[in-house]
Design a protein around this ligand. Structure first.
Ligand SMILES: [Zn+2]
Length: 262
């Protein structure tokens, strides 16, 4: 049984989701209820609770920011409950592959159900999907242009994020964060951090920090440094999460990704 805590921020309701296994490793994830739509759907072990919540609130559409299981875990249960799933075609395609997730993610969030055959609906009026690659190739932010509210999925996470999944592209993420800062959102809601205070400055600070870090990594690549040495020098060594995940969610991936696109 997942816990589902509600927080109200003006018109936006944060639906903060966790269960004992995710809390054990210090993780929770949030979906958001805005203008009658649910943005993201939580993790597999919360699927039944999220579907019951959506039914209770009369949600007709859920919108996915990307295919990762802590965002798409409710898709099958919501689809079965008659909720349309708005998502990019790339997210729909990635969902079909999602059963093969690393062990540490299955332990944290539960095993994803195959979500094949769930059609991609369009987002409801007033909300648009903006392609924001970097965290994953299929990542999209949900933008309420009328109110200046941005739902950033996993594009923000914090100003100084030194850790990455193997499929992340920090150089692309930098462009994405700059583009989101240029939108000048009044509000930014992050899937893990909740409401981000002073959204514009936070996005600009993240872009500046990443630009500086990537330049420093590039300079050391040019000088012939090894990846692990660059990590130790610029990112402060590997984390416990990096070791526990078998290198799946690790600082070394950040350096490798910068080298891949060097
Ligand atoms: Zn993600």
């Amino acid at each position: 049984m997942a816990s589902l805590d509600l927080e109200t921020h003006g018109e936006v309701t944060r639906v903060r989701l966790s269960h004992w296994r995710s809390r054990l490793v210090g993780y929770d994830v949030s979906a958001y209820l805005h203008r009658g739509a649910l943005i993201d759907t939580g993790f597999p072990a919360a699927a039944r609770d999220v579907a019951a919540f959506a039914r209770g609130r009369g949600v007709a559409t859920a919108i996915l920011t990307h295919h990762h299981e802590d965002h798409s875990g409710g898709v099958v249960a919501l689809h079965a409950a008659g909720v349309s799933i708005a998502m990019a075609g790339s997210t729909r395609d990635a969902l079909a592959e999602l059963t093969r997730v690393p062990l540490y993610r299955r332990i944290t969030w539960g095993s994803p159900m195959p979500a094949r055959g769930v059609p991609a609906a369009a987002p409801p009026a007033g909300l648009t999907l903006i392609h924001t690659p970097g965290h994953s190739a299929d990542h999209h932010a949900v933008w309420d242009a009328e109110r200046g509210i941005l739902f950033g999925g996993d594009l923000f996470l914090g100003v100084k994020v030194r850790i990455a999944h193997p499929e992340e592209d920090p150089r692309l993420l930098l462009k994405t964060v700059e583009a989101m800062a240029a939108l000048e959102p009044a509000e930014l809601f992050d899937a893990h951090r909740g409401r981000v205070a002073d959204a514009r400055s936070a996005l600009r600070a993240k872009a500046a920090w990443n630009a500086e870090l990537i330049a420093a990594i590039d300079a050391r690549i040019d000088q012939g440094w090894e990846d692990a040495a660059i990590r130790d020098e610029l990112l402060g060594g590997e984390t416990l999460a990096g070791r526990l995940s078998g290198g799946e969610y690790a600082r070394l991936n950040f350096v490798r990704a910068v080298r891949r696109t060097h």
